[in-house]
Design a protein around this ligand. Structure first.
Ligand SMILES: [Zn+2]
Length: 423
């Protein structure tokens, strides 16, 4: 058995091997079986040869050595292009003549399980090559990807980028993430958190699939509400605990900021209710450490208003602990009275908005969905954003979310294709 037995390239035959074991690599020379050459641009037969140059393309590693295929690439006159062209070589990557397709596939498989930067480190290829391969692979998968049939979905917005493009509003800087609550997988990602973003998803899956959707858990974002009402005739919209708490905590934080402004606090006082205090205030009382509780008590001693905010927050948390919609509503109304007394506009706004749409909160009791996964997905997305390369490209970012948190992977897409062809 020789190294040649490990190297199989259609249309080429093995010539010889040059071992450079000290330097950690092996060169395997091959030559084409068929001597006819085709234009690399248009595939026409090249008419006459006009020189050749040696090329070297990385192949799959052999044992612990890097392996390269070397051969002469010929040039010839292309009657269609009316130019001298290089010949086409099928086993080379379309992205880079320094990579074979076989090796390219390995790199692509690695990008499915590791960040671009790690794959670059591991393979010694540069990041931009890995990024291009990953982007191309994801685009290819997405073309063949079909949204799975779903009945319960969660709709979330994720802040995608800081820098606005021209003519862009803040809304456009968010992505809309659609998650299947059953499998807990992200099934689609669209641009913007405007109505058009969610519309795009519903249009993509079509009216029949929309009619199958029974529950849509979402935050109190009016655009999402309108879109779901327009496209999903059988869907119940649920303001679930996760989304209600998220908007409440935002309103609570606005209230905290207002206290700083209103009372024109001294620097020392201001520091006490900034930074970490924001989290202490938003935490469930029974989850605080003794130190955290003491800090809150101390602040509350000087600013009685925080005692009120704390009571309101604990009361909001109670809403979802009740067993029936009726009890929850009583709790909600009680909380509302305190909110009105406290008088913070952000909290009042939050309460009134939900009061007018109480049905959707009550819907939680008929369809007790939990989209706590939204939080998980959110965190994963943050990690993706931090660790990887090229996320300024929004298409790539969207596909990467669908890959890491969802089903945009070879196994799923292949299984779908097989199902369709009935094999
Ligand atoms: Zn040509």
């Amino acid at each position: 058995m020789s190294i040649a037995d490990f190297v199989r390239i259609d249309g080429y035959k093995y010539v010889e091997t040059h071992k450079h074991l000290e330097q950690g690599f092996i060169l395997i020379a091959v030559e084409p079986i068929n001597t006819a050459l085709k234009c690399r641009r248009c595939d026409s037969q090249l008419e006459s040869t006009h020189g050749r140059h040696r090329i070297r393309a990385k192949y799959l590693p052999l044992f612990n050595y890097d392996a390269f295929i070397v051969l002469w690439r010929r040039k010839g006159f292309c009657p269609s292009c009316k130019k001298i062209r290089s010949e086409t070589i099928d086993f080379l990557s379309e992205e880079s003549p320094h990579l074979t397709k076989a090796y390219e596939t390995t790199i692509e498989e690695l990008t499915e399980i590791a960040a671009v930067s790690r794959v670059a480190e591991f393979t010694g290829e540069d990041r931009s090559t890995i990024w291009r391969l990953d982007y191309r692979r994801l685009s290819r998968l997405k073309k063949n990807y079909k949204v799975p049939a779903v009945t319960k979905i969660s709709v979330d917005e994720v802040y995608a980028r800081k820098k606005a493009k021209e003519g862009e509003t803040r809304n456009d800087r968010f992505l809309t993430i659609i998650t299947d609550m059953k499998s807990r997988k992200v099934i689609w990602v669209t641009d913007t958190r405007r109505k058009s973003g969610l519309d795009q998803f519903y249009k993509h899956i079509g009216p029949e699939a929309c009619a199958r959707i029974q529950v849509v858990a979402q935050d109190q974002h009016e655009d999402y509400l309108k879109s779901t009402q327009e496209h999903c005739p059988n869907a119940k919209i649920v303001y679930d605990k996760f989304h209600v708490m998220k908007s409440f905590l935002e309103a609570l934080n606005e209230a905290r900021k207002l206290v700083i402004k209103m009372f024109d606090l001294k620097k020392v006082e201001k520091a006490k209710i900034s930074g970490k205090f924001k989290y202490i205030l938003s935490m469930r009382a029974d989850r605080r450490t003794t130190g955290e509780q003491e800090k809150l008590n101390e602040v509350a001693k000087n600013n009685k208003i925080f005692l009120k905010l704390e009571l309101i927050k604990e009361s909001v948390l109670q809403i979802f602990k009740h067993q029936s919609a009726k009890e929850a509503e009583e709790q909600f109304d009680k909380t509302g009275k305190w909110i009105m007394e406290a008088g913070f506009p952000s909290l009042k706004g939050w309460f009134k908005h939900l009061e007018a749409r109480w049905d959707m909160v009550a819907g939680y009791y008929d369809s007790p969905v939990t989209s706590a996964l939204s939080e998980g997905v959110n965190n994963v997305i943050k990690t993706i954003k931090r660790r990887a390369y090229g996320y300024r490209n929004m298409d790539y970012f969207k596909m990467k979310i669908m890959q890491v948190c969802g089903l945009l992977n070879t196994n799923y897409v292949m299984a779908q294709a097989n199902q369709e062809s009935g094999t």
